[in-house]
Design a protein around this ligand. Sequence first.
Ligand code: URA
Length: 239
Amino acid sequence: MAKERIDKILSNQNIATRSEAKAMIKKGLVFADGIMVKRPDEKFDPDLSEIMVDGRRLNFKRHLYIMMNKPSGVLSASRDSRTRTVIDLLPEELKRDGLFPAGRLDKDTEGFILITDDGELAHKMLSPKSHVYKLYEAECDRTLTQGDVRAFSQGIRCGEIDFLPAEMKITGEKTALVEICEGKFHQIKKMFHSVGAEVVKLKRLRIGEVFLDGALRPGQSRELTYNEIKAIISRKHGI
Ligand code: URA
């Protein structure tokens, strides 16, 4: 990876602002590979160099991968002038330039949203060619039937749009789990609408093989573990 200015590395890693980083360097608190850094424009490869800040080793992360339990009423966007976004909800320690939600959940949809600054992984997760399945829990306005399950399993046509066959499992009179790998606009709502049911509540429970952490209350988030980052682009599926 290319070398970057030390003050930029420290600010991108949320260690300090650019001006705080400059002040730390001036005070002699920043070392790279055992040598004191003298100027904020000195460049290092953070993947290769050992950087110490005020006696503590920098745990460099090229990218961040964050699981959020998105609440209803919040936009899956980076910023919006009027409505709160998932990025606005991040705690200070997880904020960094370049973060975006990988994919969209509707404003009223809850559950697992991945927030990252890794465009490559986001593309792999979202591309229909990757066959990464997402599991949703839907509540509808009418009793669900085995006829609905069959219709979903055969693939649904909604106007001009075709949705691939999807597995549905009825879990209550009006509730079901549905697994899809496409992610077209309002897909789950449109699929139910095509069989004459309206979705009144929708929550995403899983992406790839990674389940929403039950300990996260709506609006809370945490970093994914190394194993979860790998498992999020898994093609495994089945309810
Ligand atoms: N399908 C929908 O209809 N809405 C979402 O937010 C996600 C999937």
